[in-house]
Design a protein around this ligand. Sequence first.
Ligand code: SF4
Length: 351
Amino acid sequence: MPTLRTTAQLCDHGLAPPERRAALEAVAARYAVALSPTLAALIDRHDPRDPIARQFVPNAAELDPKPEERVDPIGDGAHSPVDGIVHRYPDRVLLKLTHVCAVYCRFCFRREMVGPDKPNALAPAALAAALDYIRSRSEIWEVILTGGDPLVLSAPRLRAVMQNLAAIEHVKVVRIHTRVPIADPARITDDLVRAMKIKGKPTYVAVHVNHARELAPKSRVACARIADAGIPLLAQSVLLAGVNDTPEALGELMRALVECRIKPYYLHHGDLAPGTAHLRTDIAAGQDLMRALRGRLSGLCQPTYMLDIPGGHGKSPLGPNYIERNRANGGEQVVIEDFNGRQHHYPPSAG
Ligand code: SF4
């Protein structure tokens, strides 16, 4: 089976009902569609609420944007000094090498910028200008390759970028954000893994995974190949209604990640991308889920729940909060809640 890129192909493979084809074609005309054979094989065609299908099969609700949603929900544009660079925080930049992905996630926060009809890679002159920008800013300690998906690039092209970054003295760390080990694990060849490594500087790989079922055997092998090469793996997940918004689904995902040597890093609250309201939860529900994980799952399985503040103001952790401070009689009293919801004073009273 090839990667499915049209609603006709989705219908032909039993992944969308033919009676919805016309409505879904209107969605596909607006936002890119791609479902890889690896992920298509994980979908239960008999389950109308399948959590994998929900992430990749278009939904008519995508053409019903809400007033609070934005074309550029996290404000990349406000922090883009040159093409391909987002410089939001002092010590790190995003370097967006391509606008193409192996799959197109229906909740994507860059859904207006990614897809095959967009320019599919930084042209050589634009890439040179982006690298010049990084070279000229000695405060840039970390470069984050994102996109699109940087691992859709060939090994030689990725290697060339990594070698350029390696030659910049002040860049000490390179991070690669990708969905390829999950969506197209066969791309994670030894050659591509070698291209990710640069001498004397660590590469980190942040894999985007939202449901435990995405960590199918071939994807586990791909992640293991990266880990065995000495590259630490992190996971970024998006909290998605109907996909991972129960303690069971979220807990199972976090444990599966740790079992694959992937440290859960961020659980993102869904961004205000156009037409994605049906996939978002509210923040209180996300905090309740985080409370449900705390204490019941190993500390290794705890991501940080984050909101990318609309408008380009950066990320902030959303809690939940376990501590209350009361200032009384010139002192400070702290009340701390344990994972069972019981409250304790800190420090405890003497005796
Ligand atoms: S892989 Fe990442 S950039 Fe590409 S569609 Fe999915 S969320 Fe967006």
